[in-house]
Design a protein around this ligand. Structure first.
Ligand SMILES: Nc1nc2c(c(=O)[nH]1)N[C@H]1C(S)=C(S)[C@@H](COP(=O)(O)OP(=O)(O)OC[C@H]3O[C@@H](n4cnc5c(N)ncnc54)[C@H](O)[C@@H]3O)O[C@H]1N2
Ligand code: MOO
Length: 412
């Protein structure tokens, strides 16, 4: 209580403290083998070494003729063509001084040869070829192991595999890769007013569901398996039943939206507590997303997002993505910020760290962040036109155009 007899409000938790608490004690999930064709987007569970050298032998980089480079190259030089080496069909003899083999890109350079001349720089007559343009010894030959040698460390554990990584892993002869299993994310949306798109009946109080679509997309993009647990009506029994069902389904992260605030219908916090999920975080110095909550019980963590769509999305970017990243053992920062400059002057900030929806422009290669005019946490139209979140720390002083700032790019 304060001097006037009204209850004293607990200070809101700083965002950095909330992020640290939320991502603490997140053990990396189990490892599973997946075919290399399905590994993109997954996080590598163990370091990957090459199972073979690439190329496996000295190979030609061009179509032409392989020959042994003489002590001095006198142009024109005429050589006898004694055979052919194509990709997948090596010449089965050796090349002696004065000889050459026809060779194609990817063909094995035969023993005795060390250089390939491109066919454009030769003339061919019967079984003779004449080199007409000088070239250096070793030209156009990719030495065995030029890309990587057997046993070379190629990719570290904790790496989220991209298209280039899976090409590299495949070339190194990995048919399947050890990755961390996908976290199972269950999503519930609470509120008597909610209807799915296409099912509105015309009631003035209806609100069409949007949150699950954005949350599911973000979670899938981050490697999760998403289970939509549907709508939960405002009631303690219904809310507890949904939490209990999520646990029965082996959900790793239960994400709820709505019911996070202080009204009589905001039941998420008491329901989570009643289901044995102790809240480590509830109410943070954040805009949008003050009522955010997080807790864990057994093997399930619960992230309670506010119902306002922009708040739900921003909080998922700030907290759900790092949870999923840590559960998969990904080597990534908790908050991936980038430097930018302010495109608009900004007033001093209050106690809540602000993640302002903004658009980037580029001048001389430098990013300039322009805050959108409307920052209401229900404004999906503004959110959709934003491409970054501009960070205004709590208590940030007034800032002018051109001042440095940090942004979080929005990729999904
Ligand atoms: N007296 C106070 N009121 C509020 C406070 C406060 O501190 N004191 N905080 C405000 C803030 S900040 C936020 S954010 C919201 C969070 O409220 P809830 O998490 O309880 O969300 P709801 O009331 O359930 O819904 C808010 C709004 O969003 C719509 N909604 C909900 N779920 C969805 C969904 N799945 N898809 C689309 N839209 C959804 C809902 O219909 C409401 O319009 O509380 C403030 N109030
Ligand atoms: O924190 Mo609420 O998310 O401002 O609208």
């Amino acid at each position: 209580m304060n001097m006037t007899g009204t209850p004293k409000k607990a200070p809101l938790m700083p965002v950095a403290d909330a992020l640290a608490l939320i991502t603490r004690d997140l053990d990396v999930l189990a490892t599973e083998m997946v075919p290399v064709a399905e590994a993109v987007g997954r996080v590598l569970a163990a370091p990957l070494a090459a199972r073979r050298s690439q190329p496996g032998a000295d190979m030609s980089a061009m179509d032409g003729y392989a020959f042994a480079y003489p002590d001095t190259l006198d142009i024109p030089l005429t050589l006898k063509v004694v055979g052919e080496s194509a990709a997948g069909r090596a010449f089965d003899g050796a090349v002696r001084p004065g000889e050459a083999t026809r060779i194609f890109t990817g063909g094995v350079v035969p023993p005795g040869a060390d250089t390939v001349v491109i066919q454009e720089n030769t003339t061919r007559e019967g079984d003779s070829v004449t080199i007409t343009v000088p070239l250096a010894k070793g030209r156009n030959v990719r030495k065995a192991g030029f890309d990587f040698a057997a046993g070379t460390a190629l990719l570290p554990a904790g790496r989220r595999l991209n298209a280039r990584d899976v090409m590299l892993a495949a070339a190194a002869d990995h048919a399947s890769l050890p990755v961390v299993r996908r976290p199972r994310v269950g999503i519930i949306q609470t509120g008597d007013e909610l209807v799915y798109p296409g099912q509105a009946t015309g009631l003035l109080s209806e609100v069409v569901v949007s949150n699950v679509y954005g949350l599911a997309a973000l979670a899938r993009e981050a490697g999760a398996e998403v289970i939509d647990l549907g709508l939960v009506r405002d009631g303690m029994d219904e809310t507890r039943a949904a939490i209990s069902r999520a646990r029965d389904l082996g959900i790793d992260v239960l994400v709820s939206s709505g019911g996070a605030s202080v009204g009589e219908h905001d039941l998420m916090a008491p329901a989570l507590k009643a289901e044995g999920i102790a809240l480590a975080v509830h109410k943070i110095a954040l805009r949008p997303g003050k009522p955010l909550m997080f807790g864990a019980g057994g093997n399930m963590r619960a992230l309670g997002l506010p119902g306002n769509p922009v708040s739900a999305y921003v909080c998922a970017v700030l907290f759900l993505l790092p949870i999923l990243s840590r559960l998969q053992g990904e080597d990534a920062p908790l908050m991936a910020t980038r430097p930018a400059r302010l495109g608009t002057a900004m007033p001093a900030n209050d106690t809540r760290m602000d993640f302002v929806r903004a658009r980037l422009s580029f001048e001389d290669g430098k990013a300039i962040a322009h805050p959108l005019t409307n920052q209401d946490s229900s404004m999906l139209s503004a959110l959709a036109s934003a491409d970054c979140l501009l960070i205004r720390p709590a208590h940030a002083p007034e800032a002018k155009v051109g001042d440095p700032c940090e942004i979080i790019p929005l990729n999904a």
